[in-house]
Design a binder for this molecule. Structure first.
Ligand SMILES: Cc1cc2nc3c(=O)[nH]c(=O)nc-3n(C[C@H](O)[C@H](O)[C@H](O)COP(=O)(O)OP(=O)(O)OC[C@H]3O[C@@H](n4cnc5c(N)ncnc54)[C@H](O)[C@@H]3O)c2cc1C
Length: 538
């Protein structure tokens, strides 16, 4: 008998849900291994700490993408959480489920029981929504979701300007109808970040059958023939192994789950041999099908001192800190995007293909991530369901080292057209009187950019990711699929991948809520399969 029934590798959004669900049965022994440290930091707790965490040395892997011609040779930063809660401990806290179409597409691709109707109960189960009652919303789950409490004159003006342009207001974009504009819902409770660790791990830390090890980097899955029997990992200089009776579950996120498979000898034979790794199982889809939301950021100089830029320094900042610690809310409870917009960029579409994030603040450069001194506001432009696909593979024989992240952004015509159309729509909204009265001038890209090629060039030179990496161990039945529709690795028994990497297509919005849904559903599948196995053995 091994020490553990399940070993979960990676304590991020998915890993925390799995630990919560699988250790529910006290007779089942669960080990959660997380490469990063514990999640104790004021920068994690206070929502505005988001900007500090974007390149934090301790809590962030701080990867960068490979330089690509289509991105003007830039290495785009690719932050990933490296602590309990994973990326949900450093993310922007926006709660977005996507569209029913996303999941119906997964189902249409041959993945049984992944349609919107099938996944909706899992979105509901995970959340505790504080807003108005609605049949699609959950109220009993561990993940606190609330409406933004604060309002801002520029945000209101932006929503009014969108309405004047013919885009509706939408009080709940997570109810199944995404289209329109309004304030985001956020995973924040009483002014504090509600990461997956806070929601799903904190309530169950005391369970005797759950062990959580931090600073534990898993190097590979231990295979006996075509069965996973445990993992090899290191804590500092110490090498350790953990063996399982039932299953190993990889939840290292879409950037790193492919690498753990590759270091275990599962993947593309040529690539594995290049790094001296013995091929255990050929699976050519590992690390392929990388999808993400590419996003140019436009900003405007505001003609009065009402933006977060000025409020976040000097005396006003001290006032905000005092306000925060006396329970008064304020800008420290704000996060990256404040207002959403979901629009259709062309006639004939059934649902939105473009997501805007608007904030009454602006950054001096995407690299430095410091707020500008002068008043400014930003609109981030993100195509909902990009077609471009890249890849993520190891580029070194060292486990945990930075992988080669090749985004291949804007490589299809539809993605280029949609991105350009999105930027043009944002400029038009900003020309409406409701918001134009606050604008001194468009700072980025500025009026000089007018033609299609100029817009595209701006996007290629300045666009970033909105950090929604997914799809690198996709679910499906075609030769490029890595897991089946019960999230079991094709051809290997006792091994699943459960995290953002299994998503066959990119959801129409931010990926934390969809990842949590995937883990909720994956946990049920594990329990069902264990039950069926026991029955069969009896
Ligand atoms: C800066 C940023 C902002 C974002 N903003 C938003 C937002 O506002 N809203 C939203 O919905 N989504 C947002 N996202 C995306 C969202 O947070 C992620 O999609 C989601 O957290 C992914 O969950 P995951 O479980 O797949 O991976 P992660 O949460 O990244 O978890 C993976 C975990 O595995 C660990 N790990 C990796 N390799 C190993 C190993 N070999 N051994 C042991 N442990 C390992 C990592 O340290 C990490 O803790 C953001 C992401 C980032 C990075």
């Amino acid at each position: 008998m091994a020490d553990w029934d399940y070993v979960i590798v990676g304590g991020g959004s998915a890993g925390c849900v799995l630990a919560f669900q699988l250790s529910e049965d006290p007779t089942v022994k669960v080990l959660l291994l997380e490469a990063g440290p514990r999640d104790k930091s004021i920068w994690i707790d206070v929502p505005a700490g988001f900007t500090k965490l974007l390149n934090h040395k301790k809590f962030n892997w701080n990867f960068a993408m490979e330089a690509e011609e289509g991105m003007a040779g830039r290495r785009i930063p690719c932050p990933r959480g490296r602590t309990l809660g994973g990326s949900s401990s450093i993310n922007g806290m926006l709660y977005v489920r996507g569209q029913p179409l996303d999941y119906d597409t997964w189902s249409q691709l041959g993945n049984r029981e992944w349609s919107y109707d099938h996944v909706l109960p899992y979105f509901r189960r995970s959340e505790r929504y504080e807003g108005p009652e609605h049949e699609s919303r959950g109220r009993g789950g561990p993940l606190h979701v609330g409406d933004m409490k604060e309002r801002h004159v520029l945000c209101d003006a932006f929503i009014d300007a969108a309405a004047a342009s013919g885009y509706p207001r939408n009080p709940d974009y997570n109810s199944g109808k995404q289209e329109g504009f309004g304030y985001y819902q956020v995973t924040i409770k009483n002014g504090k970040r509600w990461s997956a660790a806070r929601a799903f791990l904190d309530p169950v830390r005391g369970r005797a059958n759950l062990k959580i090890e931090t600073d534990a980097l898993v190097s590979r899955v231990i295979l006996e023939g075509k069965r996973a029997v445990g993992v090899a990992y290191s804590v500092g200089e110490q090498k350790r192994e953990a063996r399982v009776n039932r299953e190993v579950i990889l939840s290292c996120g879409a950037v790193q789950s492919p690498g753990v498979l590759e270091h275990s000898g599962i993947g593309q034979p040529d690539l594995l041999k290049r790094y001296g790794i013995e091929v255990q199982h050929e699976l050519r889809g590992v690390g392929e099908n990388y999808g993400d939301h590419f996003a140019p950021r436009m900003n405007w100089r505001v003609n009065r001192r009402i933006t977060l830029n000025e409020q976040s320094r000097g005396l006003p900042l001290l006032r905000e800190i005092a306000r925060y610690y006396t329970g008064g809310g304020g800008i420290l409870t704000w996060t990256a995007g404040v207002v959403f917009g979901f629009v259709r960029t062309r006639p004939g579409l059934e649902s939105p293909d473009m997501q805007f994030h608007m904030a009454p603040a602006s950054y001096d450069s995407a690299q430095k991530r410091m707020l500008e001194r002068e008043p400014g506001m930003t609109v981030v432009i993100g195509q909902c369901r990009p077609d471009s696909r890249g890849s993520i593979h190891i580029k070194s024989p060292v486990p945990g080292a930075e992988p080669a992240i090749r985004p291949n952004f804007l490589s299809t015509q539809i993605d280029r057209d949609c991105t350009v159309a999105g930027m043009q729509i944002a400029r038009k909204i900003m020309q409406q009187p409701a918001i134009a009265k606050y604008i001194a001038f468009e700072n980025n890209p500025g009026d000089k950019v007018q033609s299609y090629d100029e817009w595209l060039d701006f996007a290629r030179r300045s666009g970033q990711t909105t950090y929604h990496v997914c799809g690198t161990c996709k679910m499906g039945r075609d030769p490029w699929a890595v897991v089946d529709d019960r999230l079991r690795v094709h051809g290997i028994a006792g091994l699943r991948v459960i995290d953002a990497s299994i998503m066959p297509t990119v959801p129409s919005g931010n990926t934390n809520a969809p990842t949590i849904m995937v883990a909720e559903k994956g946990a049920d599948m594990i329990k069902q399969d264990a039950k069926a196995g026991l029955k069969a053995a009896a």
